[in-house]
Design a protein around this ligand. Structure first.
Ligand code: ZN
Length: 64
């Protein structure tokens, strides 16, 4: 087990997901894999292509 907590909170991670992260410009996205809990996975999925805003950045699932 690589990680015992979610990237965004102290909950146990649910799964490792491919995530795109950007600040102002979605074309300048970083691609990373993060361990996240069910709640935070749901938030990113619900936000869709607009991205989930967190701590000055936007996150969405998938690299594209
Ligand atoms: Zn979480």
């Amino acid at each position: 087990m690589a990680t015992q907590r979610c990237e965004f909170c102290t909950a146990r991670p649910h799964q490792e997901v491919a995530v795109s992260r950007w600040h102002e410009d979605p074309d300048e996205r970083e691609r990373l894999t993060l361990w996240v809990c069910v709640k935070h996975l749901g938030r990113m999925q619900k936000a869709g292509t607009r991205g989930w805003a967190h701590d000055g950045a936007f996150y969405k699932t998938g690299f594209w």
